[in-house]
Structure formats: C-alpha cells, structure tokens
Design a protein around this ligand. Structure first.
Ligand SMILES: [Zn+2]
Ligand SMILES: [Zn+2]
Length: 352
C-alpha cells in the first residue's frame, strides 16, 4: 500500500453566498482518524444538488463539500478492526447518529436529531482522503464500479426512502408522478418506481435530454412542464389523478403542481430542498377537503441502501452517470445551480 501523504488535493468553497468561489488546493492537511474512525482514499464522488445549498450559503456547511464518495480504507482508528483495511466503502451524508434516541432505536438513524453529516459537520468528499465513522460505513459490493455506486449513496437512497413511504398504499399498476425526473435523483426514482415497485410512472421535467433519460428509466409518459399542461394531461391519463407523487425539485412551481396531479386521499412526498424560509405553497383547506397527505423524506436507511446497491449489482438499477475530471468541479457546480446536469455528474478524484 502506498504511504499516506500529509497534504492532499481538495476543492474548497470560499465565501459561500452570491459571490462564492471554488478553488482547487493541493496543500490541505490529511486528517487522522479518531478511535472509531477510518481514513478513506477516495476514487470518485457524485455531486448532489444539495451542494447548491452549501455554496449559496442557504445553511452552514464545511468548506469541503460532497457526500457521495467511494474509495478504499487506508487507515483504521484504535477501536476499528484492521480487517477493514483495503475494503471498498461509501462515504455518505450520514456520518453518524446517536444510536440512543427513539428514532435510532427504531432503525431510523437518518432521522436522528443528533446526527452528524458529511460535508455539513465534518469535511466532505471533494478531497483525496476523507474521514468516516467505521460504525456507519457502507460496504460496496463487488461487481459494482465506483462511479456507478457513488450516486446511489445519496440520490438513489433518497428515492428508495421516498418510495418506501408509499409501500403500504401503492400497488403494482398504480400511477405515480415524479417531477424532476431527468436529474440525479429523479431518474433513479423513475427506475425504482417502474422496475422494482412496478408502478406506472408519469415523469415530469423539461427538455429533450431529460425526456430521453426519463423514458429510458422506465417512465410510461413524459410531460414537459415548460410546454405542456401537465395537470390536464395527468388527469386525462389517469382518470382521477395519480395515486401519489414525489416532488424532487425544491421549487415553488413543482410543489404547487403536486396537488393538481393526484387523486383524493393521495400522498405527496417532498424531497427537494429549497431555501429554508420557503414554505409549502399548498392550501390547508384543499388538503383537508381532499384528504391529502404531505410527507417529507430525506435519504433512507442503511438496509434500503444495501438493497439498492444489490439491485444495481444485479443490473436492475442503472444510474446514468457522466464522469468528469477534478478541475471541472467549479463548472459542474455552476451547472447544478442552473439545473443543466442530466442524470448524475461524478467527479474523478486524483490518485496522487
Ligand atoms: Zn445529497
Ligand atoms: Zn439518534
């Protein structure tokens, strides 16, 4: 095994806010794992739309962002089994959780009020060496490439978690509307809904590339929200409206559309993360009168992630990934802000 340097390359966010900059540095100190931690030499990381929240300072984040990293364990802390050395692991949003609260005890560590998050509380994955908590690490199954595994760690898991909320009320053949269907999360949601849950998917997004990806991912119908009357089309297709909808974009327009595309007693699952001060623009009277349920969902459980990695290993779930070199990070973040990325952008981390 090659020796671990003291300094490393990293993409660093400076002056988060309207005038943010991302600079590539080659003198960022390499961390030392604490007793329960491991040091992971990363090969790649996915770029999540929530990086936008970090660079635009919608909330406070670390200067090194990223939370879809894949790499190899190169150092273990005092209490960690050395058998982890050389293992391929994922470094994800959930760094760790308290394991003592009522939610952790039910297995919902990702909803723990005391959770620590990669890129928010501890440095993220846009660096060569990341520190992770060995108790919360995700093993990557053999036969799954690093680049394919990366987007499953947040984007894929988020859609697994969102669809899990609908398991008791949806049945194969039911209609679901997924908005933002051509992005990193959306296209994986379409795949899980269509290929795993056997739902009939109406995909909503805009533009030819996103139409193509949505249909390839298993959507039965694609509607372009910029050129079509989405609500009228959904009603025509489904009779009474869809049985549920997942709202991926964190936009007012997408949230306002949600009640218009579902039938009475449907569930609306909110996934996207708009600025914190934005409220859900949906009438409370309408929710009550129509018996609608609005639910929030964020990432998912480790068991759901393992199921998803297995589905990808088996070729059922096929993330649409484009791999870029590390110096392209600043441009890619700009494109994320402008909503120009099709599927998932994954960045190759320099080996040395
Ligand atoms: Zn994410
Ligand atoms: Zn907890």
């Amino acid at each position: 095994m090659t020796s671990i340097p003291n300094q490393q390359q990293a993409a660093v966010v400076q002056e988060p806010g309207d005038n943010f900059k991302i600079q590539l540095h080659d003198d960022v100190p390499v961390g030392t794992p604490g007793p329960e931690e491991i040091l992971v030499k990363l090969t790649c990381t996915g770029l999540c739309h929530s990086e936008v929240r970090a660079v635009l300072a919608w909330s406070s984040y670390q200067s090194i962002i990223g939370h879809e990293g894949v790499g190899t364990v190169v150092k273990t802390g005092a209490n960690v089994s050395p058998s982890l050395l050389g293992q391929r692991v994922g470094v994800k949003w959930l760094y760790n959780a308290c394991s003592n609260c009522s939610l952790c005890k039910r297995g919902f560590h990702h909803n723990c009020p005391n959770q620590v998050n990669t890129s928010r509380h501890v440095p993220g994955t846009l660096q060569q060496y990341a520190i992770a908590d060995a108790r919360f690490i995700t093993r990557i199954p053999e036969g799954l490439s690093d680049e394919t595994a990366a987007p499953l760690l947040c984007a894929g898991l988020t859609m697994m978690g969102a669809l899990k909320h609908l398991d008791t009320e949806l049945h194969p053949g039911d209609w679901i509307v997924i908005s933002g269907s051509g992005g990193g999360l959306g296209h994986l949601g379409v795949q899980i809904a269509a290929r795993v849950k056997k739902l009939r998917v109406i995909a909503i997004d805009s533009g030819e590339d996103k139409r193509k990806l949505s249909l390839e991912s298993g959507a039965e119908v694609f509607l372009d929200f910029k050129t079509e009357d989405v609500a009228a089309q959904v009603l025509k297709l489904t009779g009474e409206g869809a049985h549920a909808t997942i709202v991926v974009p964190g936009t007012k327009e997408a949230l306002q559309m949600a009640p218009l595309v579902v039938r009475n007693m449907a569930t609306i699952v909110c996934v996207g993360l708009p600025p914190n001060q934005m409220d859900i623009p949906v009438s409370a009277t309408l929710c009550a009168a129509r018996g609608l349920t609005i639910k929030g969902s964020s990432v998912g459980t480790e068991a759901q992630l393992q199921d998803l990695l297995q589905l990808a290993s088996d070729g059922v779930i096929t993330p649409a990934v484009e791999v870029f070199d590390f110096p392209e990070v600043p441009r890619l973040i700009d494109q994320l802000i402008k909503d120009e990325i099709i599927g998932r952008a994954v960045v190759r981390i320099p080996a040395n």
